[in-house]
Design a protein around this ligand. Structure first.
Ligand SMILES: CC(C)=CCC/C(C)=C/CC/C(C)=C/CC/C(C)=C/COP(=O)(O)OP(=O)(O)O
Ligand SMILES: O=P(O)(O)OC[C@@H](O)CO
Ligand SMILES: [Mg+2]
Length: 260
């Protein structure tokens, strides 16, 4: 087994949770990287504003351009850890720093509960990627997003926090170390505060929240309900200034914690 890198990503995620600090990840979707100037601009902004992580992944991949995009990101991202957020095993590459090893526990599609993971595991064993076992839950008001359509699963309802808690606890009891509540990329309504609050209260894992966070108010709502790390995808693509505003707000919260 190759030597694994130091668990930099795991440590950073656990510290966010332990300190009650607010984290930000920029999501880059490989399907939307044709405009390389835009990609460079977002990555530079993310590095200069010290986002905690850059995530890379999507529901589809139209062209196996992951290694090219990673090379491009790595030129500009300074020390920002690059974490794969794969929609399937084809997106796995050893050129990143880590991988969210997702299992879609809100769904009942065996291929996304364990199938893609088995396909990817031999590659991960040969790589030095940091592997982050993550219970992935789609939570949505009924909108069909790319992730719910591609996964052919029904998201958890936004107004049933008890169902989300039961699912998250099952993930935690199965040994998953991180939980990810996702409304799906471009969701009109993000994960509800009630679901975030309930899952945060009843579990100990660092909590990642994404999908439809396209304004500072939505970022604030997610953090105040208990998200440790929020993910910005479409919102930052459409308005890169959002990344600046949201990281500025994170700094305000984090300075008051006095842990930096
Ligand atoms: C661990 C390995 C190898 C694979 C995991 C496979 C799983 C469980 C996937 C979960 C279901 C899924 C399709 C997730 C996709 C998540 C993702 C990276 C979404 C990013 O955005 P898009 O869904 O592409 O959004 P757009 O519609 O905006 O393009
Ligand atoms: O593109 P947005 O809506 O920000 O969603 C980000 C991510 O959590 C989707 O899986
Ligand atoms: Mg996509």
């Amino acid at each position: 087994m190759p030597r694994k890198n130091k668990p930099v990503i795991a440590t950073a995620l656990k510290e966010l949770r332990r300190n009650g600090a607010k984290g930000v990840a920029l999501l880059i979707d490989p399907e939307k990287c044709e405009d390389t100037e835009m990609l460079d601009h977002l990555v530079k902004l993310a590095a200069s504003h010290k986002v905690d992580f850059i995530f890379l992944g999507g529901s589809l991949i139209d062209d196996n351009n992951m290694d090219f995009i990673i090379q491009r990101i790595k030129r500009l991202s300074k020390k920002t850890p690059l974490v794969l957020f794969p929609g399937n095993a084809i997106q796995v590459t050893d050129k990143a720093d880590g991988i969210l090893f997702l299992s879609l526990i809100s769904g009942r599609n065996p291929e996304l509960l364990i199938g893609q993971q088995v396909t990817a595991a031999p590659l991960l064993e040969k790589s030095s990627l940091e592997v982050l076992p993550t219970g992935y839950m789609l939570v949505n008001d009924g909108q069909i997003t790319s992730a719910s359509y591609i996964s052919q699963t029904i998201p958890l309802p936004n107004d049933k926090p008890a169902l989300a808690v039961a699912t998250a606890l099952a993930g935690q009891y199965l040994g998953m170390q991180y939980l990810f509540l996702d409304a799906g990329s471009g969701a009109k309504v993000p994960v509800s505060k009630a679901v975030i609050r309930a899952v945060h209260k009843k579990t100990d894992c660092p909590l990642i929240v994404g999908g439809g966070i396209d304004s500072v108010d939505k970022a604030r709502n997610a953090w105040e309900a208990g998200a440790d790390l929020i993910v910005l995808g479409n919102g930052a693509e459409k308005n890169p200034g959002l990344l600046t505003e949201v990281t500025d707000l994170a700094n305000v919260y984090n300075l008051s914690l006095n842990v930096n």
